[in-house]
Write a protein that binds this ligand. Structure first.
Ligand SMILES: Nc1ncnc2c1ncn2[C@@H]1O[C@H](COP(=O)(O)OP(=O)(O)O)[C@@H](O)[C@H]1O
Ligand SMILES: Cc1ncc(C[n+]2csc(CCOP(=O)(O)OP(=O)(O)O)c2C)c(N)n1
Ligand SMILES: [Mg+2]
Ligand SMILES: [Mg+2]
Ligand SMILES: [Mg+2]
Length: 359
């Protein structure tokens, strides 16, 4: 198109288009170096999309991409809101990492491989380019680490808190996604990594817990802000796990979700639940923190069921991935979704809550 046919002069001598409201004029400098909406997209988001061909360079109305023969698309979305999922003053790169990783954790729980993601940002007008620069730098680092690219998104302003929504697309060989409901009522229960770090990390961030030493403090905050999606374990669980979920709301709550789907009850041995030294030492000083660890959530570990016969394969998978896999209980016949948590002496614990609920 020539400038004569589409530039601002093309209305000369004709009636200009009528608008019922006066939209804010696009500011000068809204190009790649500018700070308006489209300048921001060009500066901060287009580079994140450059490596994913289906994004079409963010130059179209939507992304277009196919699914390779023999594979299925796995799609998940999680939103994060300042004040609910993170603290408004958290480092923007950590907020970006958590937003991407909580979604990758859902892909891991389905045994999927990361492919692409879309992103919606609702940001207060007062938030400057520096925040967005640090946020997108955090995304860039994690994109490279996890092999995923930006496919598209949406940018809006809000009069409320920072609100972010990310949709992750993954691939899994046809029919191999992990179910939540194929378990038998005598299957064993396993969890990856350690539980409770993030819940205690939140207490540290809020200033209600003073951990032993700087090392514990850094560990707990890091686990809160930068969870580790267990993608390799998830892939390795294809054909091994009979049900799988990632722990976001709390170990007990998410176990109840699995149990409900499988139509079983569950027995959780709290003494068997893997915990880091920092969490163990905090519980040693304040035993009430055991319940916080078991129900506080934000762990993003995989909780799954498998028959006893899978134990040697699971030990191999843990060795191959370097991620601990610990047996913590079993499914039992009984009311669907009923979870009994045993204390170290083998007595049932009375829990006031099982995990995080939004409403
Ligand atoms: N607003 C919504 N619209 C459609 N589906 C939803 C909505 N909220 C949750 N879900 C679906 O309900 C299920 C449980 O959601 P959720 O607990 O958020 O899962 P997860 O913990 O894995 O993020 C998921 O399958 C999710 O896709
Ligand atoms: C400021 C702040 N308050 C509280 C929490 C704890 N928290 C908020 S939401 C949530 C549960 C997980 O979030 P949700 O939106 O339910 O994720 P999903 O289950 O959909 O993956 C937890 C443990 C936090 N991380 N940060
Ligand atoms: Mg969710
Ligand atoms: Mg989940
Ligand atoms: Mg939840």
């Amino acid at each position: 198109m020539s400038p004569a046919s589409c530039g601002p002069t093309s209305w000369r001598g004709r009636t200009p288009p009528v608008t019922t409201t006066s939209p804010p004029a696009e500011p000068a400098g809204a190009g790649p170096s500018g700070s308006g909406e489209f300048g921001r997209i060009a500066r901060f988001f287009k580079p994140l999309a450059a490596g994913f061909a289906g994004s079409l360079g963010l130059a179209n109305d939507a992304a277009v991409f196919g699914v390779p023969e023999g594979q299925e698309l796995v799609v998940t979305m999680d939103a994060m809101v300042a004040g609910i999922h993170f603290l408004p003053d958290d480092p923007p790169a950590d907020i970006a990492a958590k937003l991407l990783r909580v979604n990758l954790s859902d892909l891991a729980a389905m045994a999927a491989e990361p492919l692409a993601y879309t992103l919606a940002t609702a940001l207060p007008k007062s938030l400057g380019d520096d925040w967005l620069a640090a946020f997108t730098a955090g995304l860039a680092a994690d994109q490279a680490r996890f092999g995923i690219g930006l496919a598209g998104g949406d940018s809006v302003s809000t009069s409320g808190p920072v609100t972010l929504s990310l949709t992750a697309f993954g691939l899994v060989p046809r029919g191999r996604a992990l179910p939540r409901k194929a378990a038998h009522n005598d299957d064993c229960l396993f969890v990856t990594g350690t539980i409770g770090d993030a819940a205690l990390g939140l207490a540290v961030a809020l200033g209600t817990l003073a951990p032993d030493g700087a090392e514990s403090r850094v560990h707990l905050l890091d686990r809160l802000r930068r969870p580790e999606p267990r993608l390799a374990v998830g892939r390795g669980l294809r054909g091994l796990a009979t049900a799988c979920i990632d722990v976001s709301d709390g170990l007990v709550a998410d176990l109840a979700h699995v149990a409900e789907e499988t139509g079983c009850a569950a027995l959780l041995e709290s003494a068997a639940v893997p915990m880091s030294d920092a969490v163990r030492s905090a519980i040693g000083k304040d035993p009430a923190l055991l319940v916080t660890a078991l129900t506080g959530g934000d762990d993003y570990e995989l909780l799954f069921t498998a028959p006893e016969s899978a134990r040697p394969d699971l030990a191999r998978l843990a060795a191959d991935t370097g991620v601990p896999i610990t047996e913590i209980g079993r499914l039992t016949p009984g009311a669907a979704g009923e979870v009994t948590v045993l204390d170290a002496a083998g007595n049932a614990m009375a829990l006031e809550r099982r995990g995080w609920v939004h409403f």
